[in-house]
Design a protein around this ligand. Structure first.
Ligand code: PLP
Length: 318
């Protein structure tokens, strides 16, 4: 059964948990980026988190809600890398063991970072779907605490704190562009927006090479789709029930952009915003640049900066 989404109060409690453990990330505008987009663009710098991505908020928020016995059993999850680092980071802080099942497509640098955070890494299957199934199987076999990467309310509450922070920094935003893999971040954005800035539109962005969340949103039902994107944070092949239950009515729009457009947005962020973004972290900007609707003040969440060596080498000039 799909759990209920977090309440606004739970999101506020997650923010209290995170406060003091993570920085308040900057939200800056850059003149040449504004000129490119034709509007004020506020970049929310989640690339400045200690693990290089917003997902660390989810792991810390979740771990604070677990009973000592659940932590002592060890945590197990599946991830292409950023949620993995989040769970490994939170587990280490709480003295718990973490096991992360990662698809073979996961970037080497992310796998290495997860191992260096002290987690046990198991490589399994070509995509997240196989990795999720394996993590569930191992949790059942070994009694570890299974953490679903998208369907866990406390994780969504943690991710939602990005938007609580952003809308406190900039309550005047007309729109926030949010990259979507499972949709946990976008779901958190919608819940916060409903309470603190009802005028602000949340717009989802996904790679056209991995459209499962988009198709699920369009259909109003969970859909699968080929997962061929090279941008690992966006690499999901199936809609996630809990985030979909929120974004179904919460998103004002959902933009698809191709992988090349996402890579070009990463180059623009490097040159115009002094920012190293991985593909998933640049997808929100790609979505804004491809959106038919141009607000006068929009935020793009740079959700992660864990670019691979290939991504860095390919940045080039805009
Ligand atoms: C950098 C980055 N951006 C965006 C996403 C997508 O987030 P969500 O799964 O909450 O939709 C991820 C997911 O891992 C990510 O790592």
């Amino acid at each position: 059964m799909t759990p209920l989404p977090p309440t606004f109060d739970e999101i506020q409690r997650a923010a209290e948990t995170i406060q003091g453990r993570l920085p308040v990330t900057p939200a800056w505008s850059y003149p040449t980026l504004d000129a490119l987009a034709g509007c004020e663009v506020v970049v929310k710098h989640e690339n400045a988190q200690p693990t290089g991505a917003f997902k660390v908020r989810g792991g810390l928020a979740l771990a604070a809600t677990l009973a000592p016995a659940q932590l002592a059993a060890g945590l197990i999850t599946a991830s292409t890398g950023n949620h993995a680092q989040s769970i490994a980071y939170a587990a280490r802080l709480h003295g718990a063991l973490a096991t992360i099942v990662m698809p073979e497509s996961a970037p080497v640098a992310k796998v290495t970072a997860v191992r260096l955070l002290g987690a046990n890494v198991i490589m399994c299957g070509p995509t997240m779907s196989e990795a999720v199934a394996k993590a569930q199987e191992l949790a059942d076999l070994d009694g570890m605490t299974y953490v679903d990467p998208g369907n866990t309310p406390a994780i969504i509450a943690g991710h939602a704190t990005v938007y609580l922070e952003l809308l406190t920094q900039r309550p005047d935003l007309e729109a926030i562009f949010v990259p979507i893999g499972s949709g946990s971040g976008a779901a958190g954005a919608c819940i916060v927006r409903d309470r603190v800035a009802p005028q602000c539109r949340i717009i989802g962005v996904q790679s056209s090479a991995a459209q499962a969340a988009y198709r699920s949103w369009r259909a109003g039902a969970i859909e699968v789709a080929p997962c061929l994107t090279r941008h690992s944070g966006l690499a999901t092949g199936r809609g996630f029930e809990l985030p979909q239950s929120v974004i179904a009515t919460g998103l004002a729009d959902f933009v698809l952009v191709d992988d090349a457009a996402i890579s070009r947005a990463a180059t623009e962020l490097a040159h115009r915003a002094h920012t190293l973004a991985e593909g998933a972290g640049a997808a929100a900007l790609a979505g804004l640049l491809h959106s038919a609707w141009r607000p006068s003040r929009a935020a793009v969440v740079c959700t992660g900066g864990n670019a691979s060596a290939e991504e860095i080498a390919e940045l080039g000039t805009p």
